[in-house]
Design a protein around this ligand. Structure first.
Ligand SMILES: [Zn+2]
Length: 349
């Protein structure tokens, strides 16, 4: 169960919450904004648990929930009746969801604690009617109510909502903090920790995912293999190989949604893998130093390509990757874009 000591970086948010716990000046409403997987819910739950704890204590510089009282034990098994997570079954968070789970519920006093905390994940999915309904509670909340809205897009909110909330933006965590966490807490080995940290770009949840599943490792291996074989492939073969990399055959039984997610994640990471690989090729070609390679485990491939490629060729390839990145950003046909990129690369190897 989340503790402040386990929140990586996010100093501003921790300072704010610690100060609130210390002084007892708890706001009625918060918005925690940040990308998906950045840890918003973790932060919200650490705060909720500390708010409700019967014997908060100071540990390692933080005011933390004790972890032992009745409230903490219930919170740990996700069954604390004074922490309400607002769920929605449809794509939008509707006015009925807000009325049933928030507005009609806030009038009931907390069971055991001084506070009753409502956590609303996916806050951006509230439509205007739902937001207007929530506004009724935000305008006159009972003294014990604390509402924490989580969102990846604060622009989706009415100004009247924002103005009644303390807004706490998640910041990208530092590479050092993420790497330290992966190595010390998750026992990820050094080069892999470096790799996952580079790709996560400050997003802790993404770093953990990258470190803990095979998808990324498989994607990386198949892309590098494809680059290596590029010289012997005809254009139509390149295309079918590309499809195989993005939509790999897996032994696991995956349903349609899981397959779609896998494909989406592979598409998102594809160009980053290319970019980091050819940066490695450039670093190796100019320094022959292997200490700073991101794909240090692929040294033989890196050495091979750097032997075949001129400096000019590598810089043309890096330019082609950034052109492809721009095209994909503007929603053009992504299969065609990747195919053209590989043809560019083939010409320069
Ligand atoms: Zn406690």
């Amino acid at each position: 169960m989340p503790r402040f000591a386990e929140i990586i970086d996010q100093h501003q948010i921790k300072d704010h919450m610690q100060n609130a716990l210390d002084t007892g000046k708890i706001s009625h409403a918060y918005i925690i904004s940040g990308e998906d997987d950045s840890g918003k819910e973790f932060v919200a739950r650490a705060y909720a648990k500390a708010l409700l704890c019967e014997n908060r204590e100071k540990q390692g510089g933080y005011i933390e929930a004790c972890g032992k009282c009745h409230s903490c034990i219930q919170a740990e098994s996700d069954s604390n009746p004074d922490i309400i997570t607002v769920r929605h079954e449809k794509l939008v968070l509707s006015v009925d969801d807000i009325r049933e789970q928030v507005n009609n519920d806030v009038i009931i006093k907390p069971y055991a604690s001084k506070y009753k905390v409502y956590i609303i994940p996916d806050g951006e999915k509230m439509n205007v009617q739902a937001q207007n309904a929530l506004l009724k509670t935000l305008e006159e909340p009972p003294a014990y109510v604390v509402i924490i809205i989580l969102t990846n897009n604060i622009d989706a909110f009415l100004q009247t909502i924002i103005s009644r909330c303390v807004v706490l933006p998640m910041k990208p965590a530092s590479d050092n903090s993420i790497k330290k966490y992966l190595m010390e807490d998750l026992q990820v080995v050094g080069y892999k920790a470096d790799l996952c940290t580079s790709f996560a770009r400050g997003n802790v949840g993404k770093a953990i995912q990258l470190a803990s599943n095979n998808r990324f490792e498989n994607l990386k291996n198949s892309i590098i293999e494809l680059i290596n074989k590029l010289g012997n492939l005809e254009i139509h073969q390149i295309n079918s190989r590309l499809q195989g990399v993005i939509k790999p055959e897996t032994d696991e039984e995956l349903d349609a949604n899981a397959l779609k997610k896998l494909e989406q994640e592979n598409r998102e990471d594809f160009l980053d893998v290319m970019l980091f690989f050819f940066r490695d090729v450039l670093v190796y070609k100019s320094t022959e130093n292997v200490d700073h390679l991101i794909f240090g485990d692929k040294l033989s491939y890196i050495r091979d390509i750097s032997g075949k490629c001129s400096y000019e060729g590598i810089s043309k390839i890096l330019e082609a990757i950034s052109r492809a990145e721009k095209r994909l950003g503007s929603n053009v046909n992504s299969d065609l874009t990747l195919q053209m990129l590989f043809i560019d690369i083939k010409e320069n190897i």
